[in-house]
Ligand binder design. Structure first.
Ligand SMILES: C=Cc1c(C(=O)O)[nH]c(=O)[nH]c1=O
Length: 314
């Protein structure tokens, strides 16, 4: 089977990449992703200035009985926009496409970063994060439809109608899928949608210590891993059905070829891994590639296009 695909007319060896925020904050991690078998990669969402983020412990893997996953309240720690812009200048674009994720604390910060990016004329693809759940005092843009609309109007014109994408939070109501998609469809230069970010503000409890397990926000944090797979698949398919002109990047609950196959069947062109990558490291890309290839072999598929978006209903 051939795992090759294209995204915004760029060729990829395979559809797998990291989720923004995981294994992509500093140079050594970015170089490891560059060397890995990932088909593409994305940088940690950045703010205009560097940030330390929230106090630790701020990430924990939840590996009690099934299901398995993670909770995080990192608080947007990052090296600052200039650091990641410099990385876009030294990335090897022959080996794999690079996405740069921005998550400005204000609209002006987002516009300032976008202006620099536009002037840099870099091949890096912009993914705007509308869904960070862990910055105290900052509501998620993805859950404020008016603010999201205003941001997209400013950002798409600021970026000169160049192709860009958005990272969305999970939605849980059909009316919200409808409303969010209607806004996105008004911006043709929003060429892709990445669904989903972590399920925000979950609470993990340790019964021995009778305590929460992460320090920030009284233990409230974004959920990842097995817990979020059905919600991730629903959001991928909901936006795939509603945004026929846009590509969907699937993120959430992928830890093997099985879930990667499900995301592609649901409509994802590329598939991101967060929690599983955090726990296993960049060797995961070779493993999941092989597993996806084996599933395709068994089903008689020789290319991704033969099952991409072909989820059946009853
Ligand atoms: C960019 C901040 C995010 C963070 C964070 O830095 O806390 N965690 C997430 O699960 N998703 C985010 O989008």
């Amino acid at each position: 089977p051939n795992l090759a695909t294209t995204f915004l007319d760029l060729p990829l060896n395979n559809p797998l990449m990291n989720a923004s925020g995981v294994w992509c904050s500093v140079g050594s991690q970015l170089e490891a992703l560059q060397e890995s078998e990932a088909g593409a990669m994305v940088t940690k969402s950045c703010t205009l200035q560097p940030r330390d983020g929230n106090p630790e412990p701020r990430y924990r893997v939840l590996n009690g009985d099934k299901p398995w996953g993670s909770i995080n309240s990192m608080g947007l720690p990052n090296e600052g926009f200039a650091y990641y812009l410099r990385y876009t200048e030294r990335h090897d674009y022959e080996s794999k496409p690079l996405f740069i994720s921005i998550s400005g604390l204000t609209l002006d910060d987002n516009l300032a970063m976008i202006d620099s990016l536009k002037d840099a004329v870099t091949p890096a693809i912009l993914e705007i994060n509308l869904s960070c759940p862990n910055v105290p005092g900052k509501a998620q843009l993805g859950y404020d439809f008016d603010a999201m609309d205003t941001l997209l109007a400013e950002v798409t014109s600021g970026y000169g109608q160049r192709a860009l994408g958005v990272k969305l939070p999970p939605y849980f109501d059909i009316a919200h899928f409808d409303e969010a998609a209607a806004i996105l469809n008004r911006y043709p230069s929003v060429a892709f949608v990445t669904c989903i970010n972590s399920i925000g503000n979950a609470l993990a409890i340790d019964i021995d210590s009778e305590s929460v397990i992460i320090k920030p926000k009284d233990g409230f944090g974004g959920l990842g891993g097995d817990y979020v797979l059905p919600t991730a698949l629903a959001n991928v398919n909901a936006f795939y059905r509603r945004c026929p002109e846009k590509a969907i990047i699937g993120c959430g609950g992928v830890k093997s070829g099985q879930e990667a196959f499900m995301h592609i069947l649901a409509g994802a062109t590329l598939v991101q891994m967060g929690t599983a990558l955090y726990e296993e490291g960049p060797s995961i890309f070779g493993r999941v590639k092989a597993e996806l290839s084996e599933i395709m072999e068994k089903k008689g598929y020789s290319s991704l296009s033969q099952f991409h978006g072909k989820l059946k209903t009853l």
